[in-house]
Write a new protein. Sequence first.
Length: 570
Amino acid sequence: MNRSEIKARQKAERKKCLEEILRSDAKKKLIVSGPGTGKTFTFGELLRLEPGGTNLALTFIKRLVNDMEVTLSPYAETKTFHAYCKKILHQQNGKIELNPYLTKIVEKDAQILGKKPSRFDFKFYTLDETGGEIAFYLKRGDYYGVVSFNDAVYRIYKILKKKPDLIPELGQIVIDEYQDFNLLEISFIKELSKKGSILIVGDDDQAVYDNSRAASPKFLRNLHKAGQFTKFQLPFCNRCPEVIVEATNCLIKVAQRNSYFRDRIPKRYECYFEDKERDSTRYPRIIMCKCTIASVIPKYILKEISRIRQEDIDESNIEGKEYPTVLIVGQKQYLREIEKQLKPVYPQISYVSKKEEEYNIIEGYKLILNDEKSNFGWRILAEFLIKPDKLKRIISKSEKGKPIIDLLSKKFVENQLKVIEAIRVIQSGESLTETSKLSLKRITGKNADLIIEFFTPKEIEEEVEPLPLRILLTSFVGCKGLSVGHVFIVGANNGSIPRDPDDIKDIEISKFIVAMTRTRKQCHIITNKWLVAPVIKGRRVRPFDESIFTSWIPARLIENRGNKAAKDFK
């Protein structure tokens, strides 16, 4: 069959797949499909059939909400899972404060009160109500007047079980990235599905979240086996060129041959030539090279970015369809060096790193500025400003429900309210008097400068027209949900991805697939022999081996550019 015949066959079959979904009167629909196969487009087409403003689109990934809103906002309310639950809680209880630091505070409270260490979030994720940990968490959350992401979902789920009318009847519900959900979230979805027709979409090949949040592809696989949902397919990828689609299929085939992806849901995955013929012809191979050390990798990337075609840059900036021109994926030890070397040349570079949920004294003052009796605000200030033995007594007494402000010394409260007064002066743009500055330093010690710097109004920067060549750096998990022109996978070595080639995890294969299938144009896979140097402190360092995953891609799909050293880029 020649190319024109293949395109005609694909076009007809793609249309048929979409029509089967749209014409089906099934109340429960399930699509398991690969990367770039038009899920958001399908959502839009389905939601158009249910006008009236009662449709709902939910996803786990915040970035996908922004993309989905462009297409779906005229037809559905589009939110992340947690944002939707917060909204329902707000409607149920009035003003609700969502604070990412609640879990850390509750963990410290439990430790102070002599309770056994507990993974509170994991208890929520797995709906494990044994041992009293969830009850303790909810009680502390009520006392502090805040909720976290996970107990917000839990609270809504429990209320919905007792009061199904909490959420009104909906038209069409669409749920994306189902493989990323845990037991708590899928249990909530089960209750939600009673409120209207539901379409669930997922891909077990893209399950990149580890056990820390109890997400598992088994939930999608079990749903697929159960027979309660009518199953449909979207087999055609209109994002990736042919070489990426073929390499992905080969990776999966080798993985299964080696007893990985054992329970994988079979699915077709084809390059859709109607949209991707030109890119498939222009970029027929995945590029591979091996740099000597990590600091050489940015030099290679700089050279390759300079060679990107102007039309590729222009295409990434089409209004309403914008996407980053370049994506660099890898572990942080590589990304930090790449950012350092690329920033002077491309100041528009953006490094999206995972931030740990840490808090400092500023968070306490922010809360008390809004509510001078905030239990949560005073709890944070007490942690940073009073001695541990006193904090322990306060936390113990707070279990009886008495406000923390009433458990603190009168002098301490007076001093902190003076700080609040000073902050309001700072926020107004006025300068503190020398006396006020001395008072602030006396009360807050080394935190005074931090407080002044944080609350001083910042000058509004003049908006700058975004540069057309956008470059994004992120981790293997962080690239989920992205669609990008040119992809650079860095540090593709055994020991990094996968961590242990003799003990490969399915999640590592999924991460590699996800990184590769962000590609719209060309993908580069870059390995390195050493991280810093071949010899450290007189001892020779064993060179890294290329990631075993690269050997799972057939040689005919790869253009190997060999070894690269710093001298090659002078």
